[in-house]
Write a protein that binds this ligand. Structure first.
Ligand SMILES: *Cc1c(COP(=O)(O)O)cnc(C)c1O
Length: 394
């Protein structure tokens, strides 16, 4: 039923509708609540606003019911308490940097970190008076020797982007806790499903929701999740000052992906493991950098700490193949697209020159590294495609 006050003009009635259509309506879909302006019932509510209070609605940039629903569900998946959303995974990383570091502080970053994180650390070091140091991701308890009095933050990635070393997270977080240093993990690879960061002493978890959470290759978003209210408020304050927000429409796309995420992750895991097993047996491949395989540095930590692997892994080709031969192999693949943002349904491939991406840890391999993301195509079709493209190397 639509009520209206017919003493007013149609234009005014449209701007001040009397209808309330929601009572009695329920569905599985997340309602999309779009807002720039948030409207207050009275001035007492305006004057009682406190940015720390999550029960208050304040401004569309900061939170809407749709974004808050997504925040709560991500906290449940990750085992955290407080989530903040950012418009990309990289923006979530940046929110951690600007929320926690001040000039004079020191940050430790794993040598195999997601490249734009590395670039962000270098930028802060060059222009903002912090020091950014890179560490060997397999350092483990040796982390204790790297921590300085001004070290504020340690980044962890498990496993590291592209090269897939699995760090000893517990040893690193123990060293950090002993010296009151905050740890932040980029937990995108595990989607928060296969690795529970807060059970391993991590303070802040970052997710690129662009990947498995969305699952659609069509939305960019990131999240920071923590159990610590004080850290949460530091991140929230920086987020507010930097003007970081997300659209409810984008949140609804990510919310739509969450119910199927576990089933998709497990399907990617099964196909990726089967194809990696087959690739490992091929003479063209010198090393299998999939955490579930023994060749992968940190495999024992993977077995100790993880419950699954998803679809992303890398291989090192035999050094007898030149970089341009490997380029030809990648381009010869028909079902694997050349692209970065994995986590969707489609398979991807990308070659990397790792030696040029590192400064702290010696890269032991001489052949070219290729990263695969195994999508939801039929596994036998993917294998046939790989076999055909490998033939170009003969
Ligand atoms: C994709 C990705 C990011 C960044 O996510 P965007 O939403 O693309 O900015 C960060 N970390 C890892 C490990 C990623 O794979």
């Amino acid at each position: 039923m639509t009520k209206s006050d017919s003493s007013r003009t149609v234009q005014t009635q449209i701007l001040h509708p009397q209808d309330d259509l929601t009572p009695g309506f329920e569905s599985f879909a997340a309602p999309v609540t779009r807002a720039s302006t948030v409207v207050f019932p009275d001035l007492a509510s305006v004057r009682a606003l406190d940015w720390r209070n999550d029960a208050q609605w304040r401004y569309g940039l900061h939170a809407t019911p749709t974004s808050t629903m997504l925040q709560h569900r991500l906290a449940v998946i990750e085992g955290g308490e407080h989530t903040l959303l950012q418009p990309s995974g990289l923006s979530a990383i940046s929110n951690v940097y600007f929320g926690l570091l001040r000039s004079g502080d020191d940050v430790l970053i794993p040598d195999n970190v997601y490249s734009p994180n590395r670039d962000h650390g270098d930028w802060l070091a060059r222009d903002f008076g912090i020091t950014a140091r890179y560490y060997d991701p397999m350092i483990g308890a040796g982390m204790a020797d790297l921590i300085q009095p001004n070290t504020k933050l340690i980044w962890i990635e498990a496993p590291g982007s592209v090269t897939m070393e699995v760090p000893d997270v517990q040893a690193i977080t123990a060293a950090a806790r002993a010296r009151n240093v905050i740890t932040a993990i980029d937990n995108t690879w595990s989607a928060g499903l296969a690795f529970k960061p807060f059970d391993h002493g991590i303070d802040i978890s970052v997710q690129a929701l662009t990947k498995y959470q969305s699952g659609g290759s069509d939305v960019l978003m990131g999240a920071t999740i923590t159990r610590d209210r004080d850290l949460y408020l530091k991140l929230k304050s920086a987020r507010m000052r930097l003007g970081i927000g997300v659209s409810s429409d984008d949140c609804s796309l990510v919310l739509r992906g969450l119910p199927s995420m576990k089933a998709r992750f497990e399907a990617h895991d099964r196909s990726a493991f089967a194809l990696a097993t087959w690739l490992k047996s091929r003479g063209e491949i010198a090393a299998m950098l999939h955490p579930a395989f023994e060749d992968c540095p940190g495999h024992a930590f993977f077995r100790r700490d993880f419950t699954g692997a998803g679809g992303l892994f890398s291989v090192v080709f035999d050094e007898r193949y030149s970089a341009s031969q490997i380029d030809t192999f990648c381009e010869a693949l028909d079902l694997f697209a050349l692209g970065w943002s994995w986590g969707g349904a489609n398979s991807l491939v990308m070659p990397y020159d790792i030696a040029s991406m590192r400064s702290a840890a010696q890269w032991p391999h001489r052949g070219t590294l290729v990263r695969f993301y195994i999508g939801l195509e039929d596994e036998a079709d993917l294998r046939a495609d790989l076999e055909r493209a490998l033939a170009t190397l003969a």
